[in-house]
Design a protein around this ligand. Structure first.
Ligand SMILES: [Zn+2]
Length: 465
């Protein structure tokens, strides 16, 4: 025997839906109390569910699809989808992000500390030392929410929080939607989307961090230097590379070695003897890089226009020729693509008018469309080559911004190094001339390697080690 209960839910939770319960099994009058208890319990539970949850539970997959579409449209229009404002911002009345005067300076400080070569763990400790309340503490102060508030230690920053702040691109004034996806309407599991699925909108709110700082921080996060057993990190750890095998150089130091004796060697030599040592003393490397940097900064400060011209010119003849060739080829291909457009259009017209048989039409149009498709693909690649010329010009300006911050660097600090230098390539020592010379190439952020003149490269790159 089965009993059916139909209950209007509107009265209970303001939803105009009805629900059907079926209890299978014997249901004599005397057996009602347990069922009643069960129903009461169920509604008590149900009424307390958060609204969103209730919503999801009631509407099945079909509705979920519709919600996703609405969500998708909102995201594609450039509106921010994330519910909470990132630390450093507050949400304005219309949902736009406004700079939070209280916490935005902390965001700036965190980025600055990272540029200066501090890892997330160290930054977290420094913030605590300065008695800066954590985001959880700020939330508690403003809303009373205690989920991330620790009254015993309101300034204890979690390195993971620092790390997530350093990776938050909202600080650039950018809105990025669809970074993550829920697996399904039932699942709470979130997966990270590949960048081609993201929708990025620039300038949706005021930036806190400038582009230069952002890029330096992202780059140094990639390198992720690990401290040696002695605690401190080598100045060039993660920045110096072997010219022959491309591996990172290993910072060699120990308690028994003086600072003068510290060195860098190829990590492939260090671990498996798969490369030669590429041994260079740390002080020598420091001196070479500083000299190189001083020259570049002096040059840029002397005449910015001339500097820009030289950097652009510095691209090798081969590269320039390649770009010229790409440009010409691209123009030719673009002409052919539009010619094919006209031809295909004509074919359609001929087919419609009956001048062309179906068979002939299929053969001709198929061939032309295939050619056009291939040309479009190739044009895309050529365009990328041509575009590098333009991005180069923009990048020199970014580099000059850093140059303007430093007048005449006299010492290589971690901050200075990371702001200017992308990587340093260390060559194997050359003893053919009778004494040991060693070449290093300094690749600068935004502009790459600079090699201005023969005398310049002679002096700074070939110093006896
Ligand atoms: Zn090597």
């Amino acid at each position: 025997m089965a009993a059916t209960y139909i209950l209007p839910l509107k009265a209970i939770c303001n939803l105009s839906v009805s629900v059907v319960f079926r209890f299978r099994g014997p249901l004599a009058l005397g057996a009602i109390p347990p069922q009643t208890r069960m129903i009461t319990g169920f509604f008590a539970f149900f009424k307390n569910l958060p609204e969103q949850h209730r919503f999801n539970e009631w509407y099945a997959k079909d509705t979920s699809k519709k919600i996703r579409a609405v969500f998708r449209n909102k995201g594609m229009s450039g509106q921010r989808l994330a519910v909470n404002a990132p630390y450093g911002y507050i949400k304005g009345e219309d949902g736009h992000l406004l700079v939070d005067e209280e916490t935005a300076p902390v965001v700036e400080l965190i980025f600055q500390l990272c540029v200066e070569g501090n890892g997330p763990g160290k930054i977290a400790r420094m913030l605590k030392e300065r008695e800066i309340p954590t985001p959880g503490t700020i939330t508690f102060q403003r809303t009373g929410q205690t989920s991330r508030y620790f009254p015993d230690d309101p300034c204890r920053w979690n390195p993971a929080t620092v790390l997530s702040i350093l990776g938050q691109d909202a600080y650039l004034g950018r809105t990025t939607n669809f970074k993550t996806t829920k697996l399904s309407y039932k699942s709470k599991k979130t997966v990270i989307n590949s960048p081609d699925k993201w929708a990025v909108f620039e300038g949706t709110h005021e930036a806190i961090i400038d582009k230069e700082t952002w890029e330096i921080v992202q780059k140094s996060r990639e390198h992720r230097r690990r401290p040696t057993k002695m605690g401190e990190m080598g100045l060039f750890s993660g920045l110096a590379y072997c010219a022959d095998c491309g591996a990172k150089l290993y910072h060699h130091r120990s308690i028994t070695l003086t600072k003068e004796q510290e060195s860098y060697i190829c990590s492939n030599y260090q671990s498996r003897k798969k490369c030669t040592a590429h041994y260079i003393r740390a002080v020598v490397l420091e001196q070479l890089v500083l000299q190189n940097l001083q020259r570049v900064v002096a040059y840029a400060q002397e005449d910015e226009n001339e500097f820009v011209r030289r950097v652009m010119e510095n691209k090798t003849a081969v590269q320039r020729a390649e770009q010229e060739q790409a440009k010409r080829k691209l123009e030719k291909q673009e002409r052919r693509i539009s010619e094919l457009d006209r031809i295909i259009q004509q074919l359609y017209e001929d087919r419609v008018s009956g001048a062309l048989s179906a068979e002939r039409f299929a053969k001709l149009s198929g061939g032309y469309e295939k050619e056009q498709e291939e040309l479009k693909q190739s044009a895309k690649e050529l365009q990328a080559i041509v575009n590098t010329i333009e991005t180069q010009a923009v990048n020199v300006q970014s580099f000059l911004k850093i140059v303007r911050k430093y007048t005449a660097p006299t010492e290589l600090t971690p901050a200075l190094l990371r702001e200017f230098v992308e990587k340093i390539v260390v060559h194997a020592p050359d003893k053919s001339s009778g004494h040991r010379t060693q070449r290093i190439d300094v690749h600068y952020n935004f502009i790459g390697e600079i090699d201005f003149s023969p005398e310049y490269s002679q002096v700074s790159r070939q110093t006896t080690a």
